[in-house]
Design a protein around this ligand. Structure first.
Ligand code: UDP
Length: 235
């Protein structure tokens, strides 16, 4: 049905469900930098499904139906809202540049930003007026996205902290399913900034973006810690 930078989407016999396949291809800077992170697709599929499972347990509805195999997951067929939601706990990345502050400064409260999901326009930052007036999301949907993003942040911040990782920032995508706004896309080291609590070592896509090396190892470390924690909870 569709091929994106990191995933392919296939239709299924059920129009309400699609198959999402994770690839190892990595891109950064609007596709200008391209590469492969070995087994990234396998790690991101696993990480995203485990995290979404965790969110479901806390009452957040996600698109997750069930993981099919290493790289494939069955998900609800959402109509994606073209507004990306970025949640920030510490200053990093584009925010550090925009406001001229050092990366790593903690924020006294969460910052939520909206971006228009449009590759040609390089995902420009927008505000709620743009989203509402230009018809990308209703006021009600935006409120729902904000409140879910805040809750997701609280749940994930606590979880990552318990496995020795600082959740610096991350990006979410929501979509419509049977009239409800629910979480879609992925939550993985591709879409989060994850720093080791002790060493502050980066365990995310910044290793690729910034040529820090050992990308595959960092991704493996994240999935290893998450799997250990989830296994402990499930006995
Ligand atoms: N992010 C993402 N997809 C995007 C843009 C950002 O997953 O198209 C994630 C990114 O990995 C980081 C957070 O959103 O965890 C904030 O990204 P930022 O705005 O700092 O942009 P960057 O400098 O990473 O491009």
């Amino acid at each position: 049905m569709y091929e994106g930078k990191a995933k392919q989407i296939y239709s299924t016999d059920d129009p309400n469900q699609v198959l999402m396949k994770y690839k190892d291809e990595a891109t950064a800077f609007d596709g200008l930098k391209k590469g492969i992170i070995e087994n990234k697709g396998i790690v991101n599929n696993r990480v995203s499904n485990l995290l979404m499972g965790l969110l479901e347990k806390e009452g957040i509805e996600t698109h997750l139906v069930r993981q099919i195999d290493e790289r494939n997951v069955l998900v609800k067929n959402l109509r994606i809202i073209p507004v990306e939601v970025v949640v920030r706990n510490l200053i990093a990345g584009s925010l550090a540049k925009r406001v001229g502050k050092e990366e790593g400064m903690p924020l006294p409260a969460t910052i939520i930003e909206l971006y228009y999901k449009n590759d040609e326009l390089h995902d420009p930052m927008i505000n709620e007026y743009h989203a509402r007036v230009l018809g990308w999301a209703t006021d009600e949907q935006l409120k729902e996205m904000h409140s879910q993003a805040e809750r997701i942040n609280e749940i994930l911040k606590k979880f990552f902290d318990s496995i020795g990782i600082i959740l610096v920032d991350f990006k979410l995508e929501f979509g419509l399913y049977q009239g409800r706004v629910i979480l879609g896309d992925e939550i993985s080291p591709d879409t989060c900034r994850l720093w080791d609590k002790e060493s502050l070592e980066k365990l995310d896509k910044d290793r690729f973006r910034r040529d820090l090396g050992k990308e595959a190892e960092a991704y493996q470390e994240v999935v290893r810690r998450i799997e250990t924690a989830v296994a402990a909870v499930n006995g």
